[in-house]
Design a protein around this ligand. Structure first.
Ligand code: SF4
Ligand code: MG
Length: 328
């Protein structure tokens, strides 16, 4: 297993006494070379989980409890040089807007050079020419012209900036790359081209990828496995090819199916899920989706369902008998 997370809880502490449970009791394993999608509404904890998996949580978000093992090493306790060493060839995060990842007063080549020099392998020395040559390789991987190396972030379009940010993520050849809404804020044509590139890179370079998105169609199209999150918890986890309406699913997943436009359908009807997600500052002793669930039964208001094996995947819902019983 490349990465194993168990019992992960992430809390935001925005002010004195305030605690918002953004990620709750997440258990998750990533196999080598797997492409996993995490989908859910905004605020469901998917980005926060992505930050936790790559050790990028920053205050006011803190890992409250849980273990995250990368190739068997618990990375939650690593700091400073140890964490930097693990990150070299370990994991990278690509954020929504390439601009955030890029320093406006540095050229793309300078970004690449700084990164390579900050994480040298033993005996490695990065001369100007070696950096330029690696830069050219990286530009070709992300289908950008080598002339982009000498340009500054503001001189690039949104799509080009995002490609440059992906080139930076690839620079250290990480085994895991987490993409957090990589195509949001780009127009539809640019989005599609960027997703095709990400899929191609993942296949050709063989890294493990996590794609975080609110868009079910993007996730189903790109990934091998889909994880659905609601109110900080994983509510469903199964192979993306099995994520089709009318099979066994969590009621929230079923509702998400109604919210995206299947490009294969002749007629597209987009539904909204009525109601709003719960207040994450409160403990959940019940099913968090119950107020919005058309299938809720008595027990849903009394007990939180367990994530258990259902129909070849994992589902947390009282409609399936194994979900009842002791809740961890
Ligand atoms: Fe709906 Fe109950 Fe299942 Fe929650 S546990 S999704 S309320 S049926
Ligand atoms: Mg987000």
């Amino acid at each position: 297993m490349l990465l194993e997370a168990s019992g992960v809880n992430v809390v935001y502490q925005p002010g004195r006494g305030e605690r918002i449970w953004a990620v709750r009791d997440v258990d998750l394993s990533l196999r080598e070379g797997e492409f996993v999608g995490i989908v859910g509404e905004s605020g469901c904890g998917k980005s926060t989980l992505g930050f936790a998996l790559t050790q990028m949580l920053r205050p006011p978000a803190v890992l409250d409890s849980g273990m995250i093992a990368f190739r068997g090493t618990d990375i939650t306790s690593l700091k400073g040089d140890e964490l930097r060493r693990q990150r070299r060839r370990g994991f990278a995060l690509v954020l929504q807007s390439g601009m955030n990842a890029l320093n406006p007063v540095r050229s793309i080549e300078r970004h690449i050079g700084d990164l390579l020099k900050a994480h040298p392998l033993p005996g490695e020395h990065w001369s100007g020419e070696a950096i330029r040559s690696r830069g050219r390789e990286l530009m070709s991987m992300v289908e950008l012209d080598a002339s982009v190396l000498s340009r500054f972030p503001h001189e690039l379009s949104g799509g080009m900036r995002q490609r440059a940010a992906i080139a930076l993520a690839l620079a250290l050849e990480p085994e895991l790359i987490v993409f957090d809404e990589p195509t949001t804020a780009l127009d539809v044509i640019v989005q599609a081209a960027l997703m095709d590139m990400i899929k191609g890179l993942q296949r050709s370079r063989g890294f493990t990828a996590v794609l975080i998105s609110h868009d079910m169609s993007v996730v189903l199209d790109a990934t091998d496995r889909t994880i659905v999150m609601y109110a900080g918890r994983i509510v469903e986890d199964r192979r993306s090819v099995d994520m089709v309406p009318d099979r066994i699913h969590h009621p929230y997943t079923e509702a998400l199916f109604g919210c995206y436009a299947d490009p294969r359908a002749d007629e597209v009807v987009l539904l909204d899920i009525p109601g709003t997600p719960p207040d994450l500052s409160l403990a959940d002793h019940d099913c968090s989706f119950a107020p919005r669930c058309t299938l809720a039964i008595d027990i849903c208001l009394r007990e939180r369902p367990r994530l258990c094996d259902v129909g070849g995947g994992r589902v947390a819902c009282h409609l399936y008998p194994d979900a009842r019983g002791e809740v961890g």
